[in-house]
Ligand binder design. Sequence first.
Ligand code: NAP
Length: 246
Amino acid sequence: MRLKDKVAIVTGAGHGIGKATAIAFAREGARVAVVDINMAGAEATVAEITRQDGRAIAVQADVSQAASVESMVETVLAWGGRIDVLLNNAGITRDARLVKMTEQQWDAVINVNLKGVWLCARAVAPHMTAQGSGSIINVSSIVGLYGNFGQSNYAATKGGVIAMTKTWARELGPSGVRVNAVTPGFIATEMISTIPEKVIHTVQERTPLRRLGKPEEVAAVYIFLASDDSSFVTGSVIQVDGGLLW
Ligand code: NAP
């Protein structure tokens, strides 16, 4: 078991990649705090982990709200006694072309995908530095590297996540805390269910592996970054995209 007894926070773990990762972390022996804005989703993930004899707690939190994040971290500390891993996974899209995008769409995505990542890292970092170890994994996207039609807001946040990752790797490295980013390509979850079939077809044609990724295939990379197998890896950006030539 690669995460035996580590306490891990997974945000946005009520659905999709976050849910698959919370389950995978628990199978590797971690005690998992399943965090989501939607308590029903978080509880469903915990039920699945418990069914598999894993250990988990459901915590409701909105990552874009400082008070909610701080209260979530206190709850996790009271339950687990420490925090070894933070997977900053919660994310949303509100797509529109440059001139059609509303201020509301812009702010919503910035608040969850960028501010939320910072708020969670800010709340967790002092506990990790005090214990002299920890792994923060920030979920970016290939869109943060290459941009994407209709996603000014999302691309800005995912590029920003890479910049914050490199900054925190410098700031926290001397205290033994590692910070890395992952850029998934197109992964089959609800998030991409609104993308037209024609676009998905083009994506698959441009992917050497000729298919979409599965949440479990992204979770496998998160396990590596959460575990001591990646003890000399920090400030890295790992692409998990089937080789997509975007
Ligand atoms: P998803 O299926 O939509 O799941 C996202 C989860 O985050 C949902 O459970 C959602 O809750 C929760 N959430 C939303 N806002 C939140 C908030 N303010 N506070 C706490 N939780 C919140 O998405 P996914 O496809 O698994 O994506 C997960 C991450 O991977 C995201 O950061 C995304 O940008 C990134 N990513 C995904 C892909 C892809 O192809 N799927 C590619 C690259 C990167 P509710 O739905 O209940 O509101």
